[in-house]
Design a protein. Structure first.
Length: 117
């Protein structure tokens, strides 16, 4: 069984920063190390969308809307993936979810990010 626990959301003014964390409860560090970890978000009335992901080789992929503002580092020893969000905009307001696929898709419970103008 895989569990993902996100933290770090909150309320921030436009232009501010937040750092989200996602800790994966998996059988081993190797299992985490070999996985592609992703962050998704879902705003009210909108579909869930990919924000960023990072492969086992640390190749990263970002949505156009966050390029240059967000980064997705990972700490394999801690089985944790982060989402560093800078220069936040009101359009970034959403519930942010951590994701991994080990055969099946696993999602965290989500963490709310609210950016005020």
């Amino acid at each position: 069984q895989v569990q993902l626990v996100e933290s770090g959301g909150g309320l921030v003014q436009a232009g501010g920063s937040l750092r989200l964390s996602c800790v994966a409860s998996v059988a081993s560090e190797i299992m985490f190390r070999l996985s592609t970890m992703g962050w998704y978000r879902q705003a009210p009335g909108k579909q869930r969308e990919l924000v960023a992901d990072i492969t086992s080789s640390s190749i990263t992929n970002y949505a156009d809307s966050v390029k240059g503002r967000f980064t997705i580092p990972r700490d394999n020893a801690a089985k944790t993936v982060f989402l560093q969000m800078n220069s936040l905009k009101p359009d970034d307001t959403a519930v942010y979810y951590c994701h991994v696929r080990f055969g099946s898709d696993y999602w965290g419970q989500g963490t709310q990010v609210t950016v005020s103008s």
